[in-house]
Design a protein around this ligand. Sequence first.
Ligand code: 13P
Length: 252
Amino acid sequence: MPDLVVAGNWKMNTTVAEAATLAAGVVDGAAAIPGVALVLCPPFVSLAAVSDAVKGSAVKVGAQNMHFQDSGAFTGEVSPGMLQGLCDYVILGHSERRQMFAETDESVNSKVKAAQAAGLKPILCVGETLEEREGEKASDVISGQVRAGLEGISDTSGLIVAYEPIWAIGTGQAATPETAAEVMGGVILETLRSLFAAAADDISLLYGGSMNAANAGDYAAQDCIHGGLVGGAGLQAESFLQVAAAVAAAKA
Ligand code: 13P
């Protein structure tokens, strides 16, 4: 079975002090949840503080984005090399980046390659809009995002793919576990198998979109779902740990 992972995407929330406190709270409860990798993804400015706070624990750190170039005149951007030593994971192609910051499949693909070259584990996000779902285009959109995002990639070690239907993010309207499994075990896994053959079955697939302590176990009960990428529920240590515990219990 692929690794179980529960990652908290804190988005543009938490000051440095709040981030350190939240990370410390997660560290306190993490030992009680073996078998699930817990990954905290704070804003860039808090990566150092969170990385300090998790030292000596099994809790891991991730960034929410990065540029694909090593360095240069890219005001406001952060390079893969700058993340080395601060985190092990990096979220790439989140729908908020695609929709509000003009990220394309092409730039996401460059970022996946750059992350791997820097030894960072990419969490590639894919997902359809409500309009695309209602227009029965979800499968094509998602398989296209997976294919384009992973174009030219041959090493799948450390690669994670997160399915985040855009209509489910921050809305409280989570996809049903059956809908998520249809996409993840169907469209995403089949696309990954066509790209990577048997190695596809070792890639962790995460669900994201209004995941919480109450519904996390229902997602993880599906064979093709190996954890979650949590937004709102990740902003409090207790609810984040409850999500992780529910995933662990469902897979036990
Ligand atoms: P919510 O859990 O707040 O819906 O956010 C999901 C998400 O976008 C995680 O990356």
